[in-house]
Design a protein around this ligand. Structure first.
Ligand SMILES: Nc1ncnc2c1ncn2[C@@H]1O[C@H](COP(=O)(O)OP(=O)(O)O)[C@@H](O)[C@H]1O
Ligand SMILES: [Mg+2]
Length: 257
């Protein structure tokens, strides 16, 4: 680990009964990078996110964030408080609420954009100010992800691709420093995937550190600075996309030869 690391994982293992879902994994993520975790189904990718975000406690190993904060043993809300945001593989939006309302709820997670129930009931000046800023930021963030025209639409009426973009926007309004995306491209058509790549590039330009889980190698090569390949819970290979694509062990794991 060096000062240039935003995330430094070492010797991470996690057992589910007799199954080693993660087996002695080391990952060093530099600041400002897009790190992609790839690997076949069941390789341990989501489990890794669950360890980083405190939903699962690893059997051994450490996860150091931002040059010194040990994440293992901390509760999910504490970890979220460090600016680590995670999107889920299955969308978790409020389908009956509008896009804008979904954004407002996301924004309330931010300390500088939240107010007390009493402020809201009395419609205090503080409430009106914050409410105004919250709406403005919500709209700006929707614009950033390209779905600002859908503000009044119910989340449940969006196309699948738009829902994915809303999910991203809802994460972005919390201003994460480390943004964990679990298979954001799954189920998207090629046009939607291209849009997603554009948005992820823009996110990187905002100096947000992005970790992306994906299994489509082509998608990953377009945006990753560094790829870590997991297979049966072990790190099989890592490196820049050009190298990983040529790696024999990786090709074998993917083609099953
Ligand atoms: N809560 C759980 N209990 C038991 N086994 C689990 C649990 N979650 C995941 N697993 C198993 O751990 C392995 C890794 O799963 P996962 O991290 O979801 O893989 P990936 O996201 O790479 O597809 C799989 O074999 C999966 O069946
Ligand atoms: Mg998964």
């Amino acid at each position: 680990m060096t000062d240039s690391s935003i995330l430094s994982i070492s010797g991470l293992s996690l057992m589910f009964g007799g199954l080693k879902a993660l087996d002695n994994v080391d990952i060093d993520m530099k600041r400002g990078e897009v790190l992609c975790i790839i690997g076949p189904n069941g390789a341990g990718k989501t489990t890794l996110f669950n360890c980083i975000t405190g939903f699962l406690r690893p059997s051994s190993g450490s996860i150091v964030y931002d040059g010194g904060i040990e994440l293992t043993g901390k509760k999910p809300h504490q970890i979220a408080g460090y600016g680590i945001y995670r999107s889920f593989q299955n969308l978790a939006l409020f389908n009956r609420l509008s896009v804008l309302e979904n954004m407002l709820i996301g924004g309330l997670k931010r300390k500088d954009l939240s107010y007390g129930i009493l402020d809201a009931m009395l419609a205090t000046r503080r409430f009106r100010e914050i409410e105004g800023r919250l709406r403005q930021e919500a709209m700006e963030t929707l614009r950033f992800t390209g779905i600002e025209k859908r503000g009044r639409t119910k989340a449940g009426d969006l196309s699948y691709g738009e829902r994915k973009l809303l999910e991203l926007a809802r994460g972005l309004i919390t201003r994460p420093r480390l943004f964990l995306l679990d298979e954001p491209a799954a189920g998207l058509n090629p046009t939607e995937k291209a849009e997603l790549v554009t948005v992820i590039r823009r996110i990187r330009e905002q100096e947000i550190n992005v970790v992306l889980i994906e299994h489509d190698m082509r998608f990953v090569s377009d945006i990753a600075n560094w790829i870590v390949v997991l297979d049966y819970g072990k790190k099989l290979a890592e490196g820049p996309p050009e190298d990983v694509k040529k790696n024999k062990a990786v090709i074998e794991a993917y083609l099953g030869t």
